[in-house]
Design a protein. Sequence first.
Lengths: 637, 256
Amino acid sequence: MKLNANIPEGQIDKKWTNHKFNLKLVNPSNKRKYDIIVVGTGLAGASAAASLGELGYNVKVFTIHDSPRRAHSIAAQGGINAAKNYPNDGDSIWRLFHDTVKGGDYRAREANVYRLAEISNQIIDHCAALGVPFGREYSGTLANRSFGGAQVSRTFYTRGQTGQQLLLGAYSAMMRQINTGKVEMFSRREMVELIISNGKARGIIARNRITGELETHTADAVLLCTGGYANAFFLSTNASDCNVSAAWTAYKNGALFANPCYTQIHPTCIPRSGDHQSKLTLMSESLRNDGRIWVPKKKDDDRKPSDIPEDERDYYLERRYPAFGNLVPRDIASRAAKVVVDEGRGVGPTKQAVYLDFRDAIKRKGEDAIKEAYGNLFDMYYQITDEDGYQVPMRIFPAPHYTMGGLWVDYNLMTNIPGLFALGEANFSDHGANRLGASALMQGLADGFFIIPSTIGGYLAANKFEKMDEKDKAGIEAAEKVNEKIKRLFAIKGKKTPTEFHKQLGNVMWNGCGMSRNEQDLKQALKKIPEIREEFWKDVMVPGSDGELNPTLEKALRVADYLEFAELMLKDAIERNESSGGHFREESATAEGEAKRNDADYSYVGAWQYDGEGKDPILNKEELTFENVKIAERSYK
Amino acid sequence: MSDIMKNFSVTINVWRQNSASDKGSMVSYPVNDVSPAMSFLEMLDVLNEDLIKKGDSPIVVESDCREGICGCCGLVIDGNTHGPDKNSTVCQLHMRRFKDGDVITVEPWRVKSFPVIKDLAVDRSAMENIMQAGGYVSVNTGAAPDANAVLINRADAEESMDAAACIGCGACITACPNGAAMLFTAAKISQLALLPQGHPERKERAINMVEAMDKEGFGNCTNEYECEAVCPKEIKVSNIARMNREFLIANFLSNK
């Protein structure tokens, strides 16, 4: 397949402005003639629904939860980047663009990233106007903090709850549109199929989680704002409802899935405590501003941390990366932790952890200052571990957190299926092989508030749409597909729960396709997945019926998709025999063990195409060219 | 440290109700091999896994982020809204809080405005209707001035954030003897009343949100302070006083 990213001509800083001018417009009084479906109400979905409603489109928005405010964007803690340069420390749109391309290890599209940096400032303006209570200086101006991968302070925040406040801001804007009637909300619905008619995305099948009814909803365009797939690892920092199913359905209907192997393992999570563990909890990486990360120099050192003298501690990030120290990007911090744990220098009861120590910061700034900056994170740590982070160093370990890969989209955020758009974490577009901290919130809101309102008009104005309703053949067939799958699941009546299969899958993925990957382990994992899948379809147990709130059925449907998706993730990881960003291949490392990119062979987006049941997917390549950022080895030393 | 505590057994006495129209009853289940490091919800996961394997329907319990921010979870444990820990959601409760042989009673939010959907899951959509009535600033995307063009006193911004921290779980409503949604509504009204961005619409907001609250059948505040006591985000009843002021002033100055 020939991939056309539709990147506008011209100088990078003029592309977006020119493109907006060149896009066709929908006349204000014609907008009400178009129906748009938005699936998901996180930052991307809520902001898209709000902005499109403001413009006058008829929007139907779907959330899996009882309320849109529960979407997992709510859990983002640290902040949101913008190139305001309020602290006067040398920031600019150009620098944010540059840092993001470099942070993504030169595997993102320049034009998309530049646009993101360009829009970043407007996001802050709009969110402040929406009543987001950003942290402020005594002067009344907005405050900034530093984040990994940058040497300027460009991160805006609302204590440790930035995702919550931004989501509630976008949610409130959407609720206003619901009140005007421009946006219609469908809660407790899960998208289970995509409706395609005459080659265009024209609707979805949504399962009503309370009644089990399969509802057909048609529209002129469909926006998937359905988040990432980190739960493929079972244990991740994602909420339990986060799933790949909407994106996977799109893929099986012909949408390309790009770079599935790019997953982000977040360095500052609370370690697991046992087999019962249902999720891992992240603590904002802003903690690395003041916390120092270390392990004992000696292997199997069982002394209490306070008994280990200064010269027997290894502050390994400060040692290996003196320029960035504890603030190296996430992928580097995570791998460095794995290295010391693999050397037998891990700490705590499981030895699968490193220390994050605030002793020096408390000495320097006082406990009150630390409490003010991170109090809620210390509380959270205490609730989970029963340990006081002010007194003893916290124990942390990396955990899957975010996925850079996602549905392939062009510059307009449209997938290769006309009328099917993907926004936020659900697309692959802006973070390359690694996302910098505080950039997910920026991207979700850029896509929803500022990009889609322009680009969707271009699509709608340039196309003709036949009348369609729920009685259309395409919709009936799509619903029938889902019905059959559900019937099959109930008929198995096996001995294992969907969660058991999910755990099994997660184990294989974490061991074979986690922080450090090699061909042998990847291939072994790839062999195991079809075996687990086969067992799943023979031995899964789904009690109850379809016509009721049935969490086991929902889980089974999602796990079934993960069991297919995992294979694609592994194939992509095998195919990409280079180390880039979150994807570290042991075969591609420098003598010091640092990641080694291979620009000659792998400077492309790997976009996978479904080719039917049981067939190998087809790899399409979108070559990446860099005209504005000088490609260099990504060094934080 | 918790890892030296031994595993233990408890009995869960839990509300089971098949559907909104079903009568429902308490059912007892033993749970063995409980680790003190488990969260309360993970303990219920273990029980549910056993039920599924036997072909029984698991207990429906809502939760999602399991880190105390999404507001999905909400249980009454031994009569305590969100469990025995103060300023905490039920997903943050850990089994180290219990001991061997404990009989633990688990019930859903019980308040008229939140009908039970199934077992421990309730319908909280009445809260959405309050937000929809005015919990926003009516600014269109693209219309905002530079964020620093409007300066905000730091203490005001912090106080606004204290109110904005609400996670919409509904604990305040279920703990209130009157089933009032005053703290929930007041938190949003306060957040926006404390910020200049919220001022142009403050009168309409106060009137519309309070009206929506009454329309949904929530009760009134009689200063019981139960809401503040159970709020996982420590939202203060002083917000209710602010809401009442906003509402009074709005009515007093209304042109209608």
